[in-house]
Design a protein around this ligand. Sequence first.
Ligand SMILES: C[S@@+](CC[C@H](N)C(=O)[O-])C[C@H]1O[C@@H](n2cnc3c(N)ncnc32)[C@H](O)[C@@H]1O
Ligand code: SF4
Length: 417
Amino acid sequence: MPALLTPPLSLYVHFPWCVRKCPYCDFNSYTLQGELAADPYVARLERDLEAQAGDVAGREVVSVFFGGGTPSLFPPAAIARVLGAARRHLALAPVAEVTLEANPGAIERGAFREYRAAGVTRVSLGAQSFDAKILAALGRIHSPDETRRAAGELHAAGLTNFNLDLMYALPGQDRAGALADVDAALALAPAHLSHYQLTLEPGTVFAARPPPLPDEDEAAAMLEACASRLAAAGFAHYEVSAYARPGRQCRHNLNYWTFGDYLGVGAGAHGKLTFPERGAIVRTVQPREPRRYLAAAPGELTRKPVSAVELPFEFMLNALRLTAGFALDTFVARTGLPRSGIAATLERLLARGLLDRTPDGYRPSDLGLRFLNDLLVDFMPESPEMSGAFALSIAPAAGSQGRLRPLFTGAESVVGE
Ligand SMILES: C[S@@+](CC[C@H](N)C(=O)[O-])C[C@H]1O[C@@H](n2cnc3c(N)ncnc32)[C@H](O)[C@@H]1O
Ligand code: SF4
């Protein structure tokens, strides 16, 4: 058998509360009732970190992502405490990328300076749209001007490495409206832009009562127009839903997409850890509801080994989101499987025009990127552990891919962008 190698390690920390639940959102997030009890939650995160540290002893943590929910509801001192615990219990790289998700309607004036002082190096701001009517239809708690103000404060605080989340194919939106949103976002000089097609997620208010949305052809035209606008502005399209200026790709998300490891801390957080000495890759899940998470003993999480039969699909579900695709050596090192196991599938997908060859591996063709599910379905194992419907319901459907959904849970995205 080829050797399974230890991949880079990241840390994801989940904050499950929002000022108000958005009607389209199926993340593990809850409307905050009353005052935020930041201290007990942070204390629980600290114990969680301590309890899981043994699993990653001696390994360097290359990135941290504070996602939600709305982590910016937590004051800078709370974020500083969590980072302090991460430094105490883990080997946090001195140059680690540390991202904080923020909602423009849930950020104190001047707070970005303090987040930066606490150790945050990158911010991801949920702009969604710059059309006030559309923001209202989305149930957002902020205006376009509040997003502009937040971006101005990021620049003033020296946090120029920030991402803006935009959605498209929004209620009542046309192509010109989608382009106007991209232009408005570019005017704020972000380093990175995540551009998601609004998807109707089961169990959400929008799924029960869908607003009038552009059809798939209109959505595809919006995507194409916006992608060209972003390319012209110097943003490289490096993942299905992600665009970045040179050198500003999200290192944390890249680690997911290259099938790296991550510790998952906080309510409903997911982790993935590789243990080469045992030849095992294990997924972890924390109790989902905040109350259950708070009540659970540290270290009380679900662990599920990923079987060899699931691994090619799991790897591809991540790697084929990247426009650069993957190197075959990375496939072997991160799954411990031989190339021969996927050779026939790769040939078939090449012949169908869904994949292109690269010097060291494969990447999705333009067609493959557009119809990613068709590509991925070929790697799906015929096994009861992962029935087709289940696996694809959490696989990246057109447009929603950027919101990372770790496999086997069907639960909330572990990270926001
Ligand atoms: C955790 S949120 C970002 C931070 C903060 N909670 C906020 O909304 O401002 C992650 C991002 O996922 C995207 N998103 C959430 N639900 C979506 C859906 N149903 N379809 C497409 N994108 C969605 C939004 O762009 C959102 O900003
Ligand atoms: S989109 Fe963001 S703010 Fe809205 S409910 Fe989801 S996590 Fe909360």
